[in-house]
Design a protein around this ligand. Structure first.
Ligand code: HAM
Length: 447
């Protein structure tokens, strides 16, 4: 017997690759709401939106995020295009924004340049709760000015957004300063000296970090590594005076605006471009594991990327992680997706009559679907129920002849006969003027 005699297998269903997922309509309600909140807070503070491409030359990320960072060594989606150039799907947005700032001569514009984004990012992380291979970030970057008051304002804005989204009680703000790169270099040497002879107690990752990026030893989650990190020399003792003063000033501003924070001398962040301020918003129940967002100052990055020396500070948050917290807190977001009316008809004549009516209903602000299919009226009404339409308009052969329509209250199960030309007025009355959807962005072009 050969394989030829076997019945052909049913085609396997396609699935999304591991770690990526569809955004279905229910989740889009959250995305829309979060985007609105971010946009509102951004506008209030003078930020304008930017989008950088989904992919950049690999070097853009390597140079900025750092050759030894986890993102660059393990998590980038890198591929070659047809001409053999190395490109990478963006694992975060700051590098692209800095590249765009330089490429578009944004230093010629009034400074600071205040930009925000809401973008998908890609990291080849091990998929697990709160960790995806495609995820969304919103974030803010302030480029062209160095002032601890800006760091404080940025943190305040991030916090306000968390408040707007109802998750502020679940998070704790961790702050630290990691000083200038020069001061850090000194400290890294001290750290390496401290770990001499202790390498065997470190996890495999930290053994590598010790050689390449010893600061990352401080925020390892492994128990033995944490114990050692607790005994290690404290970074603050080796930092430059200017960074310490900058930090103290920023804390003063945070106190002034009533933002509560925890000083965390072990907070170092996983990206190499930071200098001075670093901060993270931790999920109180999960600690450092699933930070909701993070950021800091990156004064040296612009120069490293080929631009003029330009101070900058920024922040980004993970949308999926915020959404998970909102759902855990049973926060429902307002949605405008609910229908007002379902139109059921019988016969071609009725369908013809329904189409202009539906058009007028929509123009009047009534969210309407229907005039489709050939099912009996009661089947169409069942559909109206399934779509959760509070009212149905029924037009059958008799109604066409009498020039009337039936309006049915789906919840109460009662119905009334209305002259065809009065249908819209009566529906508006029933739905209530304030509930109509009169939003029409296209009109703004002509007003
Ligand atoms: P980050 O800490 O790497 O910082 O990412 C910011 C946030 O993105 C994280 O706190 C987390 O909520 C979310 N995130 C990161 N990776 C994943 C993942 N695999 N799945 C789901 N969510 C994730 C940055 O990206 C910096 N660019 C932030 C910044 C802006 N610094 C200055 N300006």
């Amino acid at each position: 017997m050969t394989g030829m005699d076997e019945k052909p297998k049913k085609h396997e269903q396609f699935q999304t690759p591991k770690g990526v997922h569809d955004i279905l309509p229910e989740d889009h309600e959250y995305h829309t709401f979060i985007k609105k909140v971010v946009r509102h807070r951004a506008r209030q503070a003078g930020f304008r939106r930017i989008s950088t491409p989904m992919f950049e030359f690999t070097e853009v990320f390597k140079r900025s995020i750092g050759d030894t960072s986890d993102i660059v060594t393990k998590e980038m989606y890198t591929f070659q295009d047809r001409k053999g150039r190395s490109l990478t799907l963006k694992p975060e947005c700051t590098a692209g924004v800095v590249r765009a700032y330089i490429q578009n001569n944004m230093n010629q514009l009034p400074q600071p340049m205040m930009l925000y984004y809401y973008e998908p990012c890609f990291r080849y992380d091990r998929p697990q709760k709160g960790r995806y291979r495609q995820f969304w970030q919103f974030g803010f970057e302030i480029l062209g000015e160095s002032d601890p008051a800006l760091d404080a304002q940025l943190i305040q804005m991030a916090f306000k957004i968390c408040q707007d989204l109802g998750v502020d009680k679940l998070i704790s703000l961790q702050i630290n300063t990691i000083g200038t790169p020069e001061a850090r270099k000194k400290y890294m040497q001290v750290l390496q000296d401290f770990y001499v002879g202790k390498e065997r107690s470190l996890c495999e990752e930290c053994k590598i970090r010790l050689k390449k990026n010893p600061m990352r030893l401080l925020d390892c989650k492994e128990e033995d590594c944490q114990i050692l990190a607790g005994l290690a020399p404290v970074m603050r003792d080796y930092l430059d005076k200017e960074s310490i003063e900058f930090h103290e000033e920023m804390k003063g501003y945070l106190d002034e605006i009533g933002i509560k924070y925890t000083e965390n001398p072990k907070l170092v962040r996983g990206l190499d471009y930071y200098a001075k301020t670093v901060f993270e918003f931790w999920d109180k129940s999960e600690g450092a594991q699933n930070a909701i967002g993070g950021g800091g100052r990156y004064d040296g990055l612009m120069e490293l990327m080929g631009g003029q020396p330009t101070p900058a500070v920024g922040f980004a948050a993970g949308v999926e992680r915020i959404m998970a917290n909102m759902k855990r807190e049973k926060i429902r977001v307002p949605t405008k997706d609910d229908l007002h009316v379902f139109v059921a008809q019988l016969g071609k004549e009725a369908k013809r009559k329904c189409l202009p009516l539906i058009e007028q209903m929509r123009e009047s602000g009534l969210k309407t679907m229907g005039a489709m299919g050939k099912g009996a009226i009661n089947i169409q009404l069942k559909l109206a129920d399934k779509f959760k339409a509070p009212f149905a308009v029924i037009i059958g052969i008799t109604e066409v002849r009498e020039n009337v329509a039936i309006i049915r209250d789906m919840k109460k199960g009662v119905q009334e006969k209305v002259a065809f030309e009065d249908v819209i007025d009566r529906l508006v009355e029933l739905i209530g003027k304030k509930n109509l959807d009169k939003y029409s962005p296209g009109e703004l072009l002509y007003s």
